[in-house]
Design a protein around this ligand. Structure first.
Ligand SMILES: [Zn+2]
Length: 184
């Protein structure tokens, strides 16, 4: 496992041009004085204290991901929970460049809990954190009680996952039908 410093160093000075954007806008995103190894690269939270930050694999260890610095981001524990597992490296590199606040990540977790859905369920249907944020429309924000807010958005999330699953199944069925007709 590389150290935080080794991870930061690789991204700042050794990453290829095509991936340099992860840290290129560092000062703009997180402020000039913020150290790369002490900041969550997704939400910008300070992760100086041990236990707050995670050296997060980009390609999971179980999928053969390496232990070299280039296979890691620095994330806070909450963003680490939201890091998509099934995405490819280019997709993860795009994901980390779309900032999200720490508070929003915590809210998303509450919404999952109210919808009684796990992150894995949602991802299987192709629903990611960004989609959950989009469900938070002004009409949910006006609900007077926080519990109402979470259960409203939770309900929408449930419907979205159900709809996407149905869409995936329909697409699979259509593909199967196509391959049958080719075989005829
Ligand atoms: Zn974070």
């Amino acid at each position: 496992m590389p150290t935080r410093n080794q991870i930061g160093w690789w991204w700042l000075y050794e990453s290829p041009h095509s991936e340099r954007n992860v840290v290129n806008k560092w000062a703009e995103r997180f402020g000039r004085t913020r150290k790369i190894e002490h900041t969550c690269w997704k939400c910008g939270d300070l992760i100086k204290t041990k236990g707050m930050g995670v050296r997060a694999h980009i390609e999971a260890h179980k999928n053969g991901g390496s232990s070299k610095p280039e296979n890691f981001f620095m994330l806070c524990v909450v963003c680490h929970l939201h890091q998509p597992d099934a995405m490819t490296r280019p997709e993860q590199i795009e994901w980390i460049q779309r900032p999200i606040s720490h508070e929003k990540n915590v809210a998303i977790e509450m919404i999952y809990a109210y919808a009684n859905i796990t992150k894995e369920d949602a991802e299987t249907a192709g629903v990611y954190s960004e989609d959950v944020i989009e469900l938070i429309t002004p009409d949910c924000a006006v609900s007077r009680h926080l519990t109402n807010f979470y259960s409203n958005v939770g309900w929408k999330l449930n419907k979205l996952v159900k709809d996407r699953n149905a869409e995936l199944l329909a697409r699979k069925a259509a593909a199967q039908k196509d391959s049958c007709s080719i075989n005829l």
